[in-house]
Design a binder for this molecule. Structure first.
Ligand SMILES: [Fe+2]
Length: 307
């Protein structure tokens, strides 16, 4: 994971004072404009993931990269602007939260605990997770961190991810867009696959928006339904989000793993869509009841909505 800094030498000094473990010295290469691109890497408590600190040239591209023909740099046709958050999965998050606080200087931003047993009262199936989001208030960088919870610790989608990933790792990257509808429309036309959302989710949506006191949804529910975009909010602030299928399917390569991308538009909401856990779970349960199918852990939840 690469993090841009203004002053690489100052970053190295600060990290050294906080006990960071360096994997490299300070390295330097020229980007395609000839400007210097400097970086170093540190080990983390996130499996074998390293954090790379980068001080880059004005164009921002790493050495070896050139802008695609006809594409002005800093722009993207789907409106991708910045990374909203990066979410990682662990068997236990406590060591990483402490590391993010003590070595990275980050602070707690948000936390949530969700279990399907809270919704159904049935403890014999279902799964859950606990999530803590840490952030750097100056840059706004947000790192979400998930762990499995009981009952059924091993059934948690977080546990399954760590098994499938052969260790803790990055589960998803969320791209912020100013307008999610044209972005998802364009991505779908380009052949990108997203997770299916049950029709019952949208049947229940108007009622849920009333409960959440969201009175000013600017988007048409039928458009959201057609594109499979999820909504979560409170008190007239909401967010719109959608999850791509996992990397193994997206790239048709199992080595791309259980990792996936999220696309998110924020309309005042600072949360991460935790209300969609419950909404998706209830929608799937309603759908299964209607079809006479016994409820089981739903795949939409497996993908990690809510963080
Ligand atoms: Fe997310």
């Amino acid at each position: 994971m690469a993090l841009r800094v203004r002053d690489l030498d100052a970053a190295r000094q600060t990290l050294a004072a906080r006990g960071a473990t360096f994997c490299t010295g300070t390295l330097e290469a020229a980007d395609h404009t000839g400007a210097p691109h400097r970086w170093f890497e540190i080990a983390t408590s996130l499996g074998d993931v390293r954090f790379r600190f980068v001080e880059r040239g004005p164009e921002g591209l790493p050495p070896g990269f050139v802008p695609a023909a006809g594409t002005p740099t800093q722009q993207n046709r789907f409106g991708f602007q910045v990374i909203d958050h990066v979410t990682s999965n662990f068997l236990t998050i406590a060591p990483h939260i402490a590391w993010l606080r003590d070595v990275m200087g980050m602070e707690e931003y948000w936390r949530v605990h969700f279990h399907t047993a809270d919704v159904t009262k049935r403890k014999d199936f279902g799964s859950g997770l606990a999530s803590t989001v840490m952030w750097d208030p100056e840059s706004g960088i947000k790192l979400a961190n998930n762990e499995p919870v009981t009952p059924n610790y091993e059934a948690s989608q977080i546990y399954t991810f760590v098994e499938s990933n052969h260790g803790a790792g990055v589960q998803h990257i969320a791209f912020h867009v100013p307008q999610i509808i044209p972005a998802v429309d364009g991505l779908r036309r380009g052949g990108i696959e997203f997770l299916q959302t049950p029709a019952t989710y949208y049947d229940m949506l108007p009622e849920r928006l009333v409960q959440q006191k969201v009175g000013t949804l600017k988007e048409e529910i039928d458009t959201l339904r057609r594109l499979g975009i999820l909504v979560d909010g409170a008190d007239d602030r909401y967010l719109l989000q959608i999850f791509m299928v996992e990397g193994g399917v997206l790239y048709d390569d199992l080595h791309a793993g259980p990792f996936f991308y999220e696309v998110i538009q924020r309309c005042g909401s600072r949360s991460f869509g935790e209300g969609n856990f419950r909404a998706l779970f209830e929608a799937i349960e309603r759908d299964q009841l209607a079809r006479g199918v016994v409820a089981s852990p739903p795949t939409q939840l497996d993908a990690g909505a809510g963080s």
